[in-house]
Design a protein around this ligand. Structure first.
Ligand code: G5P
Ligand code: MG
Length: 227
């Protein structure tokens, strides 16, 4: 029997909170959180601080990222046991180009697209204060969600690092690249009537709207304040 699946993606520029929002979505709706950027860093053997990615790496990623399990979320309670190549997941940052969006069309039809619009100055400030735990991908921010002990991961006690691509000059280049690539993707999903844009400078203010939108599609396992 056919199961009802929710297929959605989260788009946004570097530092817009894709990872933060997807982490909350994953916890609130009982999904798994998969980061395309983290996946790429690991597949390139990044291990520690992230590489500033070459065009070659991006091409490589375009190919590997088209696995359905990293491409969209499925509602776990409607998850068909036979579809073992799919997993219930929240995946930020995919698709990132029109080519990826079209390739994704060949795999599934998206139900909704969440787009995060955050001012550039805010992005720069956030990324300069970001620290990550490379092994798990856990993300901290010295202003927003600092670790209990500065420079140390809360769960493992291991050191945190700053991503190399969070340097101000790298952020500016990433943002330019994102704008060029994302515009046609956003236009495509807008024309299909599935784009939901959220603007602001604080994730905590955007989150309740994202939660309400998703709650209208799938039943949550946590309230919006329990993330
Ligand atoms: P990534 O790793 O996906 P980006 O550049 O798309 O990288 P990034 O930098 O990981 O995105 P994010 O996930 O959108 O940002 O943001 P985040 O980590 O949740 O939040 C940023 C910081 O702000 C954190 O420290 C967080 O704690 C904090 N924060 C969140 N909300 C607030 C708030 O309200 N206030 C404050 N003060 N702080 C807050 O991909 C890396 C690279 O891989 C390639 C691309 O080159 C990309 O640049 N890549 C792909 N290439 C081709 N195709 C794809 N599909 C690709 N996916 C990735
Ligand atoms: Mg991220």
């Amino acid at each position: 029997m056919a199961s009802k699946l929710l297929r959605a993606v989260v788009l946004g520029p570097p530092g817009s909170g894709k990872g933060t929002v997807c982490e909350r979505i994953a916890r609130s709706f009982g999904l798994q959180h998969l980061s395309s950027g983290q996946f790429l860093r690991e597949s390139l053997g990044g291990g520690g601080a992230a590489h500033w990615l070459s065009q070659g790496a991006q091409d490589h990623f375009t190919a590997v990222s088209l696995m359905p399990s990293t491409a969209f979320w499925l509602h776990p309670r409607c998850f068909p046991a036979s579809a073992s190549n799919f997993c219930p997941a929240a995946c930020p940052g995919f698709p990132r180009t029109l080519g990826q969006a079209k390739a994704l069309d060949g795999i599934c039809e998206l139900d909704l697209v969440i787009s995060l619009n955050i001012p550039f100055e805010t992005l720069k400030d956030r990324l300069s204060a970001r620290w990550v735990h490379p092994a798990s991908g856990r993300v901290y921010n010295m202003d927003f969600n600092p670790p209990h002990t500065q420079g140390i991961d809360d769960l493992t006690g291991e050191p945190l690092v700053q991503r190399e691509d969070d340097r101000p000059e790298a952020v500016a280049a990433r943002l330019r690249k994102y704008k060029d690539a994302a515009k046609p993707v956003i236009e495509l999903y807008k024309s299909r009537g599935i784009l939901h844009s959220f603007s602001g400078t604080e994730t905590n203010k955007i989150w309740p709207y994202v939660y309400t939108l998703l709650s209208s599609k799938i039943p949550p396992v946590l309230s919006d304040e329990e993330h």
